[in-house]
Design a protein around this ligand. Structure first.
Ligand SMILES: [Mg+2]
Length: 174
């Protein structure tokens, strides 16, 4: 069985647009800013043998306030740039894939033979912690000081993906 690190996208991989302490996804490829610590963090995790999968809610596509082509262009760019194995996106807020529901993690586990109990979910919102817990992963919360309360206590809290990667690597079997 494989081990995975599931990664939320906005606020973990790329910066978000902050309005009144709430975070919003970039509206275009031009607005996309990948955090500088992301590449070294993913390289470390990849070298350690983890499968790396983005799992992202993009409900604006379902609400028709964001163009699917824009989201797909962003994902194509991210996949070319970073050592990722896959990107799962959920556009429908009523779907069983929509975090905090664990559908994307469970489907990925089946496709890539992932042991979820040996895997991690990294995200910056309560929905990420919820999805990780529902899938029985270890949950890592990236604190970005949004005006949003967590609904469950994550297993670990840190401030960026490199810190999260260091924590994950410190947890591996000797
Ligand atoms: Mg996020």
């Amino acid at each position: 069985m494989n081990k995975a690190v599931f990664l939320d996208r906005d606020g973990v991989i790329n910066d978000t647009i902050i309005i009144n302490n709430k975070s919003y996804p970039p509206n275009s490829l031009h607005e996309l800013v990948i955090f500088k610590e992301v590449y070294p963090a993913l390289e470390l995790l990849k070298k350690a043998g983890f499968i790396l999968i983005i799992v992202t809610n993009q409900p604006d596509v379902g609400r028709k306030t964001q163009d699917l082509n824009v989201v797909e262009a962003i994902h194509s760019y991210i996949r070319d740039l970073l050592p990722l194995d896959d990107i799962y996106a959920c556009y429908d807020e009523y779907s069983s894939d929509y975090k905090p529901k664990p559908g994307m993690l469970i489907r990925a586990a089946s496709k890539y033979q992932i042991d979820l109990s040996q895997s991690y979910m990294v995200g910056d919102r309560w929905r990420d912690v919820g999805a990780g817990k529902a899938a029985k992963c270890c949950t890592i919360f990236i604190e970005r000081n949004y005006s949003e309360q967590l609904r469950e206590i994550p297993d670990h809290t840190c401030f960026n993906l490199l810190e999260a990667a260091s924590f994950i690597l410190s947890q591996r079997n000797p």
